[in-house]
Design a protein. Structure first.
Length: 173
């Protein structure tokens, strides 16, 4: 199975890692699809604004919603997430060499979000790299039947996995 994931303990670290890796792949000329996340801290708040960019050069969408300063619940805007899923699905028509998804999160663990898209990519033999947090790791393991490869949270580890996964001719130096 060409499915890999990374886990980090530091808030926002997975997003930064996957964003940098996506940029590296794109700079090499590798056809990449998917979604990366940027978090913008809000002064005086315990949360941040969450924006995602559809790869390779698609729109930036705000997937978080403002619930007020005292709110503690889930701030994910599910409607915008589903819009992002549709945007990424459209990019798959060009058959990318790699799909990078910022997160296998709660929505995916529950059966929604990018779950079907990940399955479709794997069925088409398109490698997928995603981020997983500890809370959603059991759902991810159930989804992947334990066959996904956990990678060290470094660009070098992601790059090594990608090079081993792709045909030599498809891997750009």
């Amino acid at each position: 199975m060409k499915l890999a994931y990374v886990m980090t303990g530091e808030r926002g670290a997975t997003d930064l890692l996957l964003s940098r890796f996506a940029r590296t792949c794109l700079d090499r000329g590798l056809p990449v699809a998917g979604l990366v996340q940027t978090n913008t801290e809000i002064e005086g708040a315990h949360h941040c604004d969450m924006d995602v960019q559809v790869l390779p050069d698609g729109p930036v969408l705000r997937i978080s919603q403002s619930l007020g300063t005292g709110a503690r619940g889930c701030r994910l805007d599910s409607a915008v997430l589903e819009t992002a899923v549709g945007e990424v699905e459209r990019t798959l028509a060009t058959r990318p060499a790699l799909v990078i998804l910022n997160k296998f999160g709660k929505r995916e663990a529950e059966g929604g979000g990018f779950r079907e898209l990940i399955g479709a990519c794997l069925a088409e033999d398109i490698p997928v790299i995603t981020g997983v947090n500890a809370l959603n790791h059991p759902g991810f393991e159930a989804f992947s039947a334990g066959l996904a490869t956990r990678l060290a949270a470094t660009e070098a580890a992601l790059d090594d996995w990608l090079r081993a996964t792709l045909d030599t001719a498809a891997c750009v130096a």
